[in-house]
Design a protein around this ligand. Sequence first.
Ligand code: CU
Length: 129
Amino acid sequence: MIRCLLAVALVALLPGAAWACLPGFEGTKQSRSNGITVAYKSQPAPIPVGQPFVLEIAVCPAPRALELDAHMPAHRHGMNYRPSITNPSPGLYRAEGLVLHMPGEWEFVFEVGLPSGARQRLTSPHLAQ
Ligand SMILES: [Cu+2]
């Protein structure tokens, strides 16, 4: 029992230990900033160009709120659709109705609402092809 607890404690100290509170998102794409980790995976994978897809998103620690958008920085445009986001359990989000309507360099923008009321923006590049 003590050995087991020790193992858990060691895992918590390792880099990448955020996975411990992101079950099911091991090895997925992630963005980290100021102690916040956003991990996400798409359905289908890889993300198709010009077709709707779903992003499952885990945020650690669990925030108060999450908003998601995607844009192409070089073209200065976003998506043509606004995704709908649900929050099935603390820290877990599901965004539906995303469409990357052209190939190229996109960026996912995650607006994390912190318990303090402040907002933290995390981004993650995505090459659509
Ligand atoms: Cu574009």
